[in-house]
Design a protein around this ligand. Structure first.
Ligand code: ZN
Length: 383
């Protein structure tokens, strides 16, 4: 059994211990210590990393058969019986403590705002999730977020203590414990009381700010809430602020005016697309008249890409017309061949790729445009 020093003082970063067992986990060296500050992957909270007697701790886990034994997976072996100094990666752990404490505060806020029970949490990433048994409702979520931040600014002391299983009914726990026997309880002032084996802050104030980033339907009738807290919330704010400020500079506007500017742009884009389609249709119409006048019923021409489709459709509709239209669209050229299937093998010989039955379309090399048109004009002559 490993003594969990992080329960006594979650703010301690260095400790001394003895290697009591040496083993191997997935091909990596690993050790069991008599005592440790390294938190394992448990209860939704990720494990700590750090150093142990000159080795790096890459993973920490609870032993499968004996949950009370913690295994430290290392990048190099340590000797059994060795006395070692350990240090945890504090910035990483502090973030976990902020996430975890914020999740407790938020879970209680959902209980108060909408009688929402927390069924599952995931604290692996800076954006953590809380899964609730209530349907998605923006008002409840907004209210819960405000309540949670009130609890932060109330600067509530966080305390942990142990209960015997028989005492559980005497305490207004937010949820029932998932372990048996001696149960560890985390109390956040008069705000929240929940069974938990994780590491937490000493005051609710250190968890702020708490920001809900989004939510979605989860399972049947439930909601998954995405949130971030503490340093990670500040980083999220900084990134989004920088992005919005950058956009605002492009629009020569203030950050909060950007949505309005984007709406105007969308409107302009919509109208510009309409105008372009009209222009393309007109261009195709003029080109069709000109090509028929100049070349009759057998037409080979290089045309502007925007007019290709409309022009091909127009010419196809004229009975007895055969044509090859080619439009440069670097790095290749697009073509439509209609009414002259005998030309297709010769186009393929020029590097054309594509297919179709009455109407063959595809791409051919830019450099072969002239040759392709010539081939269509003189199908009998082998070039
Ligand atoms: Zn917890």
């Amino acid at each position: 059994m490993t003594e969990r020093l992080y329960w006594e003082d979650p703010y301690a970063t260095a400790f001394e211990a003895t290697v009591v067992e040496v083993l191997e986990v997935g091909g990596n060296p690993a050790v069991v210590l008599d005592r440790t500050l390294f938190y394992p992957t448990a209860g939704g909270q990720p494990h700590d990393t750090g150093t142990l007697g000159g080795a790096r701790v890459v993973r920490v886990l609870e032993a499968e058969k004996h949950g009370d034994t913690l295994i430290h997976v290392l990048d190099r072996p340590l000797a059994a019986g060795a006395r070692v100094e350990g240090a945890i990666d504090w910035p990483r752990r502090y973030r976990h403590m902020q996430r975890h404490t914020a999740q407790h505060i938020l879970s209680q806020a959902f209980l108060r705002a909408g009688r929402g029970n927390t069924l599952a949490v995931n604290l692996k990433n800076p954006v953590f999730t809380v899964d609730l048994d209530l349907p998605p409702d923006p008002k409840t979520i907004e209210e819960a977020e405000a309540l949670a931040n009130w609890a932060v600014y109330a600067n509530l002391p966080v305390r942990t203590f142990f209960l015997e299983e028989a005492q559980v009914p005497l305490y207004p726990l937010r949820r029932m414990p998932q372990v048996r026997g001696r149960i560890r309880v985390v109390e956040i002032g008069d705000w929240d009381l929940a069974p938990c084996g994780g590491t937490h802050l000493r005051s609710s104030a250190e968890a702020g700010p708490i920001k809900v980033l989004g939510f979605e339907r989860w399972k049947k009738g439930g909601t998954r809430v995405y949130a971030t807290a503490g340093w990670e919330a500040l980083e999220d704010y900084a990134q989004k602020h920088a992005a919005l400020k950058n956009l605002a500079q492009k629009f020569a506007s203030r950050p909060l005016e950007v949505p309005d500017r984007v709406a105007k742009l969308e409107d302009e884009l919509y109208r510009a697309r309409g105008a372009r389609m009209e222009a393309e249709r007109a261009l195709a119409g003029w080109l069709q008249e000109a090509l028929v006048r100049e070349q009759g019923r057998r037409i080979a021409a290089q045309v502007p890409a925007p007019a290709l489709e409309e022009l091909a459709r127009g010419l196809q509709a004229r009975p007895g017309t055969a044509f090859l239209l080619v439009a440069p669209t670097p790095p290749t050229a697009r073509f439509v061949l209609f009414g002259a299937p005998e030309v297709w093998p010769r186009l393929q010989a020029l590097g054309a790729r594509g297919g179709g039955r009455d109407r063959i379309q595809g791409v051919l090399p830019l450099a072969q445009i002239e040759e392709a048109l010539q081939t269509f004009r003189d199908p009998g002559v082998d070039s």
